[in-house]
Design a protein around this ligand. Sequence first.
Ligand code: ADP
Length: 631
Amino acid sequence: MSVSSSLSTLAVALAEAASATQVQAALASSLPGGLSRPAAGPEEREALEVAAALVEAALARVEAQREARVARRELAARQAEGAALQARFDALFNAAPVGIAAGRRDGTLVRANDAYLDLLGFTREEFQAGAVNWVELTPPEFTEVDWDALRRAIGDGRAVRYAKEMRHRSGERIAQEVTLLPQWEGPEAVGVAYVRDLRPERAAALGHALELQARGEELERLNAELAARTEALERFAELSRDLALERDPLVLVGRAQEIAVSLMPGSVCTYYEPQGGLWSLRSHRGEFRQPELLARLRSGLTRGEALNVDRPFETLTPYYQDTFDPATVRSAGGSISVIRTTASFPVRTGARPRGVLVVGRHDQRAWTPAEKTLLETVVFNLQLALERAEQSGELQRRALALERSNAELERFAFVASHDLQEPLRSVTSFAQLLVKRFGGLEGDPKAAQYLRHIQEGTQRMQNLIQDLLTYARVTAEPRPPARQDTNAVAATALQDLRASLDATGAAVTVFDLPPVMADGTQLRQLLQNLIGNAVKYRHPDRPPVVMVTGEQRGSWVHIDVQDNGIGIPSEYHERIFTVFQRLHARDQYGGTGVGLTIARRIVERHGGQLWVSSDGSNGSTFHLTLPAATD
Ligand code: ADP
């Protein structure tokens, strides 16, 4: 077949070819030998050239078709991508927690997210219908604020943040923080606004401020309370000092009532003591708003019919009535109903209840723990003060009585011993006259014995009187203490005792004694008594040995008088210092039982002490302290 005749077949086949391969297949099937076969003549060559042109055109078409397909696919892919992006953007845009809107100057909105529409109270449908216009929704006083922000945003090309208000669909004003960003949409400038609702923040701030204010007020109130309480406590401390000095129980109660009333302003405070079948009002403080009530209380309440007095007295514990029931104190009459709250306390001294203190308030208010503590403290202090007053009163009474009886005793001892000496002397001298007159009474042994008894009796009496007089003189005729050379005083005391020392063969050694501050006569008396006793109460089996030693310790001189006599059992170590107390019969050891009483009195008058130590059989040691002499 000639090339020319195949051209139409080729053209048809090529027109159907949709790819380069199909072009080649069409060529191969329509023109066996292809385009490169030798041309048989010019006609055939021309036909081959046409065929080549057809093939080329077919290839170009196929290529163009392929390119168009690729382009279409790409476009579709791009479109899908764009839609996905848009969908993502829309999702993000709508779900943003802040309101976002893009708007034009005329107030129309290009876009608005859900948060923005919610903020202003519109639905998306309303927005789409063009019902939302940001300019219209802005109150006029913020218009300029908006334009100014927009100008700055466009001028700087940056976001501007500012606060404004918009009107909610309901008319409510909504405080907002706007971040405005300029954007160009074609030739037109569009403002994109990020809008944050400031209401929760403002409300929180307001709440916070309110809370702060409330706290401040609470603090102020606490402060005031504290100040009041401090003041009350100060007053309390002041009055407590008075309580410490005062002795009259009713004055003390009155003071405590003053404290109670000052701590509970507007209250009244009454104090009752039992008197027969009545509670007798002994003291009251505070202003009675109902004078009749005071008159009724003054006439006494019936015991057993006044609950808030009866109960604390019986139970010995405080009784609080946050809401006072007037019916429980019937005997007070109706006027007591002005009292709305009461607290009653038993007042006792020691275990003994003596009365009841009642605090009544004119307003009804529950007692706070702090108030209870305050009142209980007041009553506690009152009780302490009452006890102290009672004790110190009793002590003072006893001391006074003792002083008085002591003084009387001394006066008596002095007068008696002094005055007794006179009749005694006359008894003695008349007895002697009798002896003289009846020539010794040798012929009448009975009469001689009577006379001897008289003489012994008068002698003993004289000794007794003498000792009592000495005892009384220790305090009746005191001389101011002066520096004493103790050694020299001891020497004179020994001189006075010379006779008995010689008679008993006693060995008395006085070691170096420090000087003391004392009444010289009394010091001599003291040493004489102690050394005299040391010799007198000697042991029958051994000659008496007495040692007097002394040393200064600080401002005191300690002197010991030690003997080897009969000793003193420990149960008598105190008793021997009592007047007329003796451990032996007179015929065994003579004496009056006054010597050690005088000795102790002398030492104590000088501020020192006198005591004995002894194991009861191997002698005794008398210890004493006297003030050391000051140079
Ligand atoms: P008096 O010596 O006149 O009896 P005192 O008051 O001097 O009275 O002494 C009281 C009692 O203390 C004495 O009766 C005696 O029993 C006892 N006594 C005093 N000194 C001594 C002593 N040194 N040794 C033993 N007993 C003593």
